[in-house]
Ligand binder design. Structure first.
Ligand code: GLN
Length: 291
């Protein structure tokens, strides 16, 4: 069989399985199986596919047919221009979460510039950032790589932390990792300048309505925010003042319809200056607030 035939076959199988972008996925999987990018494959469409490439590709297609996320099949995804290893123990990093990271990076830059412009101020060293519910580590690792902040991250799942540690190593990022339940994971008396989190925030009753890739193959503990979706916001926000330095900031990813509820929680815990930032599709995505 040649590349053209094999691609068409794969595309048809995926389309029958109800996959929206069957053609796009089939292309990506043939690129992955052959190690050749699509622009080069286009000029080799009538070439015979080597047996080992065909076998690999068929394996990928049969996994994708079962609605296993593309990122889990190939084993990685891109986030903030970096490559992250993913598996069934972590949430696949989402593009929308880049908005959260970018806001934190802006904050770090502004803080550094402000500090540099006040003569005589003692250098207190890099800003300290804490990432709660780190999962694959995508937020913590991007911040560590793209700024000079000192980054700590935690997660309750040891299996997620294995992935996060591997990602930190592969991306040569210096992040301290701790396993445990939110702040319970941290050394006593730790203080931070910025807390960031993309916690599980989907309402339990919404989970069965999600795409099979998400509801059947991504870890439920990374998705489920309890009956009202707000369990982790409550826990993170209520205790955050104990872990923040004066003027500390908090940055939280939120669901498109959770802005008002999370702002209420933030307000009741003594935060000022809160604002909501939208994602690339124009939905509310991030809440930023200063203590
Ligand atoms: N912090 C990770 C991410 O943004 C994991 C989030 C989660 O598991 N809810 O991808």
């Amino acid at each position: 069989m040649n590349y053209s035939d094999i691609l068409e076959k794969g595309e048809n199988i995926l389309a029958d399985a109800g996959i929206d972008d069957a053609r796009g996925d089939a292309r990506l999987l043939i690129e992955e199986a052959s190690g050749i990018d699509y622009s080069h494959l286009m000029i080799s469409m009538s070439d015979e596919v080597p047996a080992e490439v065909e076998e690999k590709y068929r394996g990928y297609i049969s996994l994708r047919k079962k609605r296993i996320p593309l990122q889990q099949i190939v084993g990685y995804t891109e986030f903030m221009g970096l490559r992250f290893h993913v598996n069934e123990n972590v949430l696949c990093p989402r593009q929308d979460t880049e908005v959260l990271v970018e806001e934190v990076l802006k904050d770090i830059e502004i803080s550094r510039d402000a500090h540099d412009n006040i003569p005589g101020l003692a250098d207190e060293g890099p800003l300290k950032v804490l990432d709660l519910c780190t999962g694959s580590g995508c937020i913590a690792i991007s911040i560590a790589r793209l700024s000079d902040a000192s980054v700590t991250a935690c997660d309750i799942s040891e299996k997620a932390l294995e992935v996060a540690r591997q990602n930190a190593y592969d991306n040569q990022a210096n992040v301290r990792f701790f396993q445990g339940n939110l702040y319970g994971a941290l050394p006593q008396a730790d203080k931070y300048d910025i807390i960031v989190s993309n916690p599980p925030y989907i309402r339990s009753d919404v989970i069965p309505t999600l795409m099979p890739e998400v509801k059947d193959h991504e870890p439920r503990i990374a998705l489920d925010g309890s009956a009202d979706g707000l369990k982790f916001y409550r826990k993170i926000i209520e205790k955050s003042p104990d872990y923040l330095n004066p003027d500390g900031r908090i940055y939280l990813e939120i669901g498109y319809d959770q802005g008002a509820e999370v702002i209420n929680l933030i307000r009741s815990c003594g935060y000022e200056d809160f604002h909501i930032i939208k994602d690339y599709s124009g939905n509310d995505r991030v809440i930023a607030a200063t203590l």
